[in-house]
Ligand binder design. Sequence first.
Ligand code: C5P
Length: 242
Amino acid sequence: MTATKNPIFCAIDTSDPAKAARLVAQVKDRVHGLKLGLEYFMANGAEGYRKLVPEGVPVFLDVKLHDIPNTVAGAVKSLATLKPTFITLHTSGGPAMMRAAADAASQSAQSFGSPRLKVLGVTVLTSLDKSDLAAVGQGGADVDVSAQVVKLAKLAKASGLDGVVCSPEEVKTLRAELGPDFELMVPGIRPIWAAANDQKRVLTPREAVDAGASWLVIGRPITGAKDPAEAAAKIAEELATA
Ligand code: C5P
């Protein structure tokens, strides 16, 4: 897909519901949507999700499911009641697990008469290098991490997933390999004026969109700014006008 004018999902990385609510109120009108991950969801659950998310605001719910197909299908159906726009699972769970998740998303949409939630795959965590992959048996010591990312992303597409989460350095290759309609959700984004924090390989919002990102996950450059609303607006403006 081509990136929309405002492709930002703001990462609300906290377990504190009051802090999360403050951030959401500050940024919700300046970004496309919110990213909620395990930190918030494990602490506050479905009830915390319902309390936090304003009506109509898209959510990328990054729960990284990984289990047998039947269990993952059940989890997708449970998550579908919250009506997130995107959820995630680990592609290393295999093609049957991915297919079960995609089918469960379609069935839930039919039974609720609501838009189908999109299922994104996590390929190789960016915290893993080739020795880590070899240690868990994903190829020998000479395994090429980026080849493994492409392999898992292609498997995700063939298994009915809507896209993958990928690092800035993978966007260009994955866009070329997977075509224009595959969703690429990209964290590791830093405007020129923001600190890199612990992100090692970053792209600016504009660079990421130009490389083929569908959506940008941006946390601390917005949530750690003195004025989060202003920071979010500044990034959105830079993207709209550059
Ligand atoms: O604060 P920052 O912009 O670095 O936040 C990025 C968000 O994207 C965080 O929620 C982080 O967990 C997530 N993420 C990441 N790098 C990955 C995968 C996810 O930074 N490889």
